[in-house]
Design a protein around this ligand. Sequence first.
Ligand code: ZN
Ligand code: FE
Ligand code: FE
Ligand code: ZN
Length: 267
Amino acid sequence: MIPPDYHLHTRLCGHASGDVGDYLENAARKGLREVGFADHLPLYFLPPGEKMPGYAMGEEELPLYVELVNSLRDAAPVRVKLGIEADYVPGFEKKLAALLSAYSFDYVMGSVHFIDGWGFDNPAEIREYGSREIIRVYERYFSLVQQAALTGFFDIMAHPDLIKKFGFRPQADLTPLYEETARVFKKAGVCAEVNTAGLRCAAKEIYPSPALLEIFFKNGIPVTFGSDAHSPGLAGKDLEKAFSLVKNAGYREFAVFEGRKRTFVKI
Ligand code: ZN
Ligand code: FE
Ligand code: FE
Ligand code: ZN
């Protein structure tokens, strides 16, 4: 069994390639039975008129995205869910709420890609790590992830320890930060995404780390799976590794979504 890949992107975001149909075919060929697209939500937190080209679809493209994914459902070789990956940037909750409520998503993933304006997972902004204390960066990152979870906008928190992407790791023991994050996820009722893109970065490790995943398990945080594919060949990538990791952590079920309703599949 290979679990659903709930984190596929499309060309609309400006930094992914390939045809949506090819993502589905690749997923089906790898033995997946269900996938979900979760392309980047338009950057609702930018001042009106300002753009960050190549980051996300424009607001005028969001209806096209929804239509595109919905139009695939009938003839697809796998079950197709409509998700979205929404950045969390504090202070723009009204705009976020308006965008999310305008469409019938199956699930909404929350992501933190910005720390107080710093695109910390952007290779073009990697130098900033050199002028920061890494443990402080981790603390700020996880506090934003927790804040995001508590907003109630999100069903799933994407790549929960994305901050390790470029391999910057603090000396300090992260257990207390992980425990706190897990408790907040529990209180917020969100799932954690097990995302294989970390294997393809300097971090060389699935998001979340085995240590964080174990703490999620202990706290009863459900999981979903994602490749974060930005090209068709990556659909379903390394999902069997993510699945083993989850089973080894103790999980006996994972979450699936339809119309933002969560149910569980036994493993
Ligand atoms: Zn992306
Ligand atoms: Fe992301
Ligand atoms: Fe993504
Ligand atoms: Zn992502």
